[in-house]
Design a protein around this ligand. Structure first.
Ligand code: ZN
Length: 132
């Protein structure tokens, strides 16, 4: 197990017990930058779906072959005390208040009981498509 940021470890983003590979970890660390900001406002967050291996992603009904979960650029989260809509509003506030976060925050989608959050990557990381 390795820490990705002060409050998040790679095991929280594991897929069926398999830890995310190095190329994915690089991206998850960027994602965790946003999660750490959200955690300040929202408190502890549960990662309900982090990295997805290609095999697991393919087994999910209706999953996209280009899902950002495959690359470590997205996760689904829940809070014990806040609704996905409330979490979404917090992420939008975080994005609005910081230039760094404006460049980093991608999709913010309420999906049923959880919030899907993705990041946008700088060019050098986008070119790394080994896990796409
Ligand atoms: Zn998702």
């Amino acid at each position: 197990m390795a820490q990705l940021s002060p409050h998040f470890s790679d095991s929280e983003f594991a897929c069926k017990g398999v830890l995310p590979p190095p190329g994915v970890v690089v991206k998850l660390k960027k994602l965790c930058k946003v999660l750490e900001q959200l955690r300040i406002l929202a408190g502890p967050l549960k990662i309900t779906s982090g990295w997805r291996s290609p095999e697991h992603n393919a087994s999910l009904k209706g999953s996209s072959k280009t899902s950002h979960h495959l690359t470590g650029e997205a996760c689904d989260i829940q809070s014990d005390t806040l609704s996905p809509g409330q979490l979404a509003a917090m992420v939008l506030a975080i994005r609005a208040n910081s230039t760094e976060m404006q460049g980093l925050v991608g999709e913010v989608l309420v999906e049923g009981m959880h919030l899907h959050l993705s990041i946008r990557l700088p060019f050098e990381l986008m070119r790394d498509d080994r896990y796409a």
